[in-house]
Design a protein around this ligand. Structure first.
Ligand code: F6P
Length: 328
């Protein structure tokens, strides 16, 4: 599709919130003003587009948001936008406000929505990878991942104190849906005895062997990190299996859950979000549509949204190797 003249852009956050989303919105709004565009905030993701919850942003709208977790535009996982009728309503509302282009901040579901919308209605969109899961192809890291890993590690350190005091084995479940990125990073950063992820199955027998050899090495505490949705089951399920085989072990389970989604974004996430927010606006003005903007080897890169959502982002085998060496 040929380049359009863009005067008004809409920005929205969609799907699971991630620390750094506010920094990304701020960067989009500020870059928009810098390039003399009107910027509209669309509330609750695609829901706000359908229900016309769209408000013009001014410089006050983005005051003191950079350092805050969550998303002040709010977020939702819109079911209605998955239907042609929902998307038609959304399109009519964008027309009503004269919005020519979109910046969509979210994970794969949100970017899928932007791609479909572009295909059906030709609304130029640039996606920003905003998810703690880090599971998007086309960027080394997603906005929110670094903060979520820091939060997880801080929590695991605290659990380590009590685990050591009682000589306990803890199974700690971290988020990541179908991806083991948080688990690997938090596991390496917290000296985990083992890391169980959806991408690689670890038989219970191997886990037992690992725990026994650590017992021989007189390790005082054992933390096993389990990514939710792992092939071997969730933390509670695995803990139960292990308890049956090792009845004398004092085992506890902690699910970190949504704790990992909140909190002030790290310095890294603030910078990443700011860089990507400005690049998204510049991309739109250069006629880069239906793409996701990410960072690969420290360079800003635009990847077709279709690839970002379909291509598989692989876990780093080298990190897995390092984790295995360090946990013996
Ligand atoms: O995609 C981010 C994420 O936090 C996943 O890690 C997790 O599986 C999911 O969202 C939880 O979603 P919800 O907050 O809708 O329960």
């Amino acid at each position: 599709m040929e380049s359009k003249t863009i005067k008004k852009i809409g920005v929205l956050t969609s799907g699971g919130d991630a620390p750094g989303m506010n920094a990304a919105i701020r960067a989009v709004v500020r870059a928009g003003f810098y390039y003399n565009l009107e910027v509209y905030g669309i509330y609750r993701g695609y829901e706000g587009m359908i229900n016309d919850d769209i408000r013009k942003m001014d410089s006050r709208s983005i005051a003191h948001v950079l350092e805050r977790g969550g998303t002040f535009l709010k977020s939702a996982r819109s079911q209605e936008f998955r239907t042609p009728e929902g998307r038609k309503k959304a399109y009519d509302n964008l027309r009503k406000h004269g919005i020519d282009a979109l910046v969509v901040i979210g994970g794969d579901g949100s970017l899928t929505g932007a791609h479909l919308f572009y295909k059906e209605y030709g609304i130029p969109a640039v996606g920003l990878p905003g998810t703690i899961d880090n599971d998007l192809f086309g960027t080394d890291l997603t906005i929110g991942f670094d903060t979520a890993c820091n939060t997880a590690i801080e929590a695991i350190d605290k659990i380590r104190d009590t685990a050591t005091s009682h000589d306990r084995l803890f199974f700690i479940e971290v988020m990541g849906r179908d991806a083991g990125f948080i688990a690997i990073n938090a596991g390496i950063g917290s000296a985990a005895a083992a890391i169980l992820i959806p991408e690689k199955k670890m038989p219970v027998e191997s886990l037992i062997e690992r725990l026994k050899s650590r017992e021989k090495a007189k390790k005082e505490s054992n933390i096993v990190i389990v990514a939710e949705g792992g092939k071997s089951g969730g933390a509670a399920e695995i803990a139960e299996k292990v308890q049956k085989i090792l009845p004398t072990y004092d085992i506890k389970v902690t699910i970190l859950g949504h704790l990992q989604r909140g909190g002030a974004p790290s310095a890294f996430d603030r910078t990443l979000a700011s860089k990507l927010g400005v690049s998204a606006v510049e991309g739109l003005l250069q006629g880069k549509y239906d793409v996701m903007v990410g960072v690969i080897n420290n360079k800003v890169v635009f990847t077709p949204i279709k690839r970002a959502i379909v291509d598989d982002k692989k876990v780093d085998e080298e990190e897995l190797r390092i984790a295995a060496i360090l946990s013996t």
